[in-house]
Design a protein around this ligand. Structure first.
Ligand SMILES: Cc1cc2nc3c(=O)[nH]c(=O)nc-3n(C[C@H](O)[C@H](O)[C@H](O)COP(=O)(O)O)c2cc1C
Length: 162
């Protein structure tokens, strides 16, 4: 069993979630942070792929959307997990639908909304302004849903592979 978690993260929360998920899975898992300097790796060696990204202004990163669109056929041949990190739970279902093509969502063994964090120390001046005015939040807050990540890990690792 070769497994990969591929993710995008601006302030590190999705990376935290990916690391925690890696620790919960009962087999070795490679991590890949997708960005301009690290394009997607070859998926061919992997049996299982988890894709995760975070939500800004109601949308997941374009890089995650592009990756899923470009690799859709290959991903349909893998054991697949899809997740998002976000703060607005009311938006989450709509964001999930917009982020990942329907064929992938239907194929996925697990989908998850893992919560998020507002980390003021990592935000730009403009991000702080936007977050303060839109949410009224003044200080950093962490709302990562570890129980949801545990559930996701259990769904991705059925007893037969243990
Ligand atoms: C400028 C900004 C805009 C955001 N917009 C949204 C949003 O529209 N909906 C939402 O649910 N969360 C939103 N968030 C919260 C992020 O999804 C959350 O901070 C997430 O944990 C970021 O993960 P990352 O550090 O891996 O990128 C926003 C955060 C920032 C800083």
């Amino acid at each position: 069993m070769r497994a990969l978690i591929l993710y995008m993260s601006r302030h590190g929360t999705t990376e935290k979630v990916a690391l925690y998920l890696q620790q919960q899975l009962p087999f070795p898992v490679d991590l890949h942070r997708l960005d301009a300097a690290s394009p997607a790796p070859d998926l061919q060696p992997y049996d299982l792929v988890v894709v995760g990204g975070s939500v800004y202004a109601g949308q997941i990163q374009t890089g995650i959307k592009d990756f899923c669109r470009t690799h859709q056929q290959e991903l349909l041949g893998k054991q697949l997990g899809l997740f998002i990190c976000c703060m607005n739970e009311k938006q989450a279902e709509a964001v999930m639908q917009d982020a990942y093509p329907e064929a992938l969502r239907r194929h996925a063994r697990a989908t998850g909304v893992m919560g998020g964090e507002l980390l003021f120390e990592k935000m730009s001046f403009w991000e702080k302004m936007v977050i303060r005015s839109v949410t009224g939040q003044q200080e950093s807050v962490s709302k990562i849903k570890y129980a949801e990540i545990d559930r996701f890990a259990e769904a991705m690792a059925p007893v037969s592979v243990l």
